[in-house]
Design a protein. Sequence first.
Length: 122
Amino acid sequence: MCMLMKGHRTPAGRIFLWIPAIAYMGLIFFLSSQSFLATPLKFPNADKLLHLGEYGILSGLLMLAGMPPCPAFAASAAYGATDEFHQRFVPGRDGNLEDWAADAGGAFLASAMHLLWMRRRS
């Protein structure tokens, strides 16, 4: 991954690093616009685990694009809040605080793991 990052020091190269995060945010929005989504996990509150992973990935992609861990956590948690609000207007969906807490939790875990990894490397 270091080779990928080193090759993108030009402004156009830095923009290229944002494409995965922006595309993933678009995917989240698209999936949140669906009235019904079947979950592959079949246990109580399985959706919270999916939210955790979904926003952990988003935070990771933001950090890959060059955002520091704390702002990546904040941006991911904020996007999760707007996503939960958006779902309130989708028939068959509801936005709720518990889902947002799982969103923010996933973003926090990814950012914290990155900080610990960076601390261990130095």
